[in-house]
Design a protein around this ligand. Structure first.
Ligand code: PLP
Length: 398
């Protein structure tokens, strides 16, 4: 008899791709599974602004006391300004807390909805969505339902399906939106489409929950990437917002994130804040301080902030360049397929439209590793490996 004899083995996580990649001895192998930025040499990248901020944090010889329940105070307040805009009228009506990166923000948001949302305890997420969304919200005690988002045939947005699903849901439903750089498809609504989505949500009294994991990383411009969030705010929505600094500051393992809720007024925000603390305290007491101090240095020092914005743009631009290059190479090889979606999609990921059996062949014959849904992490492409990648796709797909 074993105490845990009843525990079945779970399926392997996405990290399985990296394992297989590591075990491959082909010199030309490429890992397009990673959800983290790589430079043009294929190496992880620590932003110079982050190095500088970290240096300052260390030179300041700060102590290691606990942060408050809602974190290092200068961090969430500055993060909110980054998201909502420096002079946003809602800044004094929000309850905002530091979280354990974007995942933690979503989890707190899920917990909040389960505890305090008076409507149905159901959250609607796009099909497809980031693989973790469903699990996070289910573990928060919510029911997760899908809404239409991606159109396989056009490798683009199923805008009509999305609007139809918004209209078909019971009034007051909670909808999760990727604020920019939709993961895994790289397909975003246009500004005009966001305006329409906001209008329909108002009409239906839906509650929008934005997951913003890539602000600045999508277009290279933090304001442009915040368009959807700010449009919904202009239209009067009381949104929930999750922010991650994993990608745009490259702070992955530091777990620096923020969650906020827009209230009716400052007094309501205070009440919300008090209840957020009651949710967080028994979960992990208070969040880690180091990454938050780094992010706070960057966000609160105008010079460092400007430097950081340039570096985010540098990452975004490299990704955009790799998209162009891959498309050009495929066209130059004489591919008869339309690859325009590679350059019209945005952010870290490209949905190639390759079928699972094609992905398998590409991996087997060319040692190019990516997920079966045909998603490639564009940040794994470099000026050196793009030829091999284009060749692999062309040989299998034509
Ligand atoms: N949301 C989306 C859509 C993501 O792609 C990610 C990371 O890949 C996250 C949230 C959260 O990441 P983290 O918890 O590292 O901030």
């Amino acid at each position: 008899f074993s105490i845990w004899g009843n525990v079945p083995k779970g399926p392997p996580a996405i990290l399985g791709i990296t394992e297989a990649f590591k075990a491959d001895s082909n010199e030309k192998k490429i890992n397009l599974g990673v959800g983290a930025y790589r430079d043009d040499a294929g190496k992880p990248y620590v932003l110079p602004s982050v190095r500088e901020a970290e240096k300052r944090v260390i030179e300041n010889k700060m102590n290691k006391e606990y942060a408050g329940i809602t974190g290092v105070p200068e961090f969430p307040s500055a993060a909110a300004k980054l998201a909502y805009g420096n002079d946003s009228p809602v800044l004094d009506k929000i309850a905002v807390t530091q979280t354990i990166s974007g995942t933690g923000a979503l989890r707190i948001g899920g917990e909040w909805l389960k505890r305090w949302y008076s409507g149905d305890k159901v959250i609607r997420i796009p099909t497809p969505s980031w693989a973790n969304h469903k699990a996070i919200f289910q573990d928060s005690g919510l029911t997760v339902e899908p809404y239409r988002y991606y159109n396989k045939d056009t490798i683009g947005l199923d805008f009509d399906g999305m609007v139809a699903d918004l209209k078909a849901a019971p009034p007051g439903s909670v909808f999760l939106f990727h604020a920019c750089a939709h993961n895994p498809t790289g397909v975003d609504p246009s500004p005009a489409q966001w305006k329409e989505l906001s209008r329909v949500c108002l009409e239906m009294s839906h509650l929008p929950f934005f997951d913003m994991a890539y602000q600045g990383f999508a277009s290279g411009d933090s304001d442009a990437d915040a368009f959807a969030v700010r449009q919904f705010i202009r239209d009067g929505h009381k949104i929930l917002l999750s922010q991650s600094f994993a990608k745009n500051m490259g702070l992955y393992g530091e777990r620096a994130g923020v969650f906020s809720i827009v209230g009716e007024d400052a007094e309501e925000a205070k009440r919300i804040d008090s209840q957020l603390k009651i949710i967080i305290r028994p979960m992990y007491s208070n969040p880690p301080i180091h990454g938050a101090r780094i992010a706070s240095q960057i966000l609160n020092d105008p010079k460092l902030y400007t430097q950081w914005q340039g570096e985010v743009k540098g990452m975004a631009d490299r990704i955009i360049t790799m998209r162009k290059l891959l498309r050009e190479k495929l066209e130059a090889l004489g591919s008869k397929h339309d690859w325009s979606h590679i350059t019209s999609q945005i952010g870290m990921f490209a949905y190639t439209g390759l079928k699972p059996e094609e992905v398998e062949k590409i991996t087997k014959n060319y040692s190019v590793y990516f997920t079966k849904d045909g998603r490639i992490s564009v940040s794994g492409i470099t000026s050196k490996n793009v030829d091999h990648l284009a060749e692999a796709i062309f040989q299998v797909k034509g």
